[in-house]
Design a protein around this ligand. Sequence first.
Ligand code: PGA
Length: 216
Amino acid sequence: MKYYVANWKANKNLDEAKAWLVELSALIHLHPFVDKIIVCPPTPYIIPLSKMAEDLKIELGAQNLSQYPLGSYTGETTAKQLKGHVEYALIGHNERRVYFHENEEILSEKFVQAKMAGIEPIYCIRSVADKIPDETKIVAYEPVTAIGSGQNEDPEKVINVKNSLFLQDKKAIFLYGGSVTKDNAKAYIKTGEIDGFLIGSESLTARNFFEIISVV
Ligand code: PGA
């Protein structure tokens, strides 16, 4: 089973988000899939989309969660509040590290909060230099040069990185992210070493996202 994770980032309004699921539903109807599809919408849309997602057998992920537990943390959304609404959460995405100054300590707190709430982190790293928490079950390798640039990294390079990672769980799922398109997706999967993708830009339209799934 392959993983296809859609990371919408801070895009779409609620109507567009719902329309995306309607369109995906029509495509799925034409080509039933057996893979795991995870959609990470902006936080306010998680609950309004949950019924539609469930009907389509699509799982939801949070793009972010708080490093803190419940309490006086204005503006935060905690893992406990997300519990039951998402199965997964992105942690360690480069955009969080850079724009929101999330360092290893904050990321490890987020990781712990997610795990305690039964939410599976999709732990994003940019290179072998980024520390991976021991209990990581899903890691997404996204080289900074490839994110949103149209310059995807060669599959061989990606595999070299995979082989140099220190992963406590040898059976961890390994995803690649960074300018994945329907034209380059197959080459990664063909290697037999990459379990799926974290997809940004090409996940913004249901058709492009589904084309990646169907070419693979
Ligand atoms: P991209 O984004 O597919 O647009 O490169 C990937 C990501 O940031 O997760």
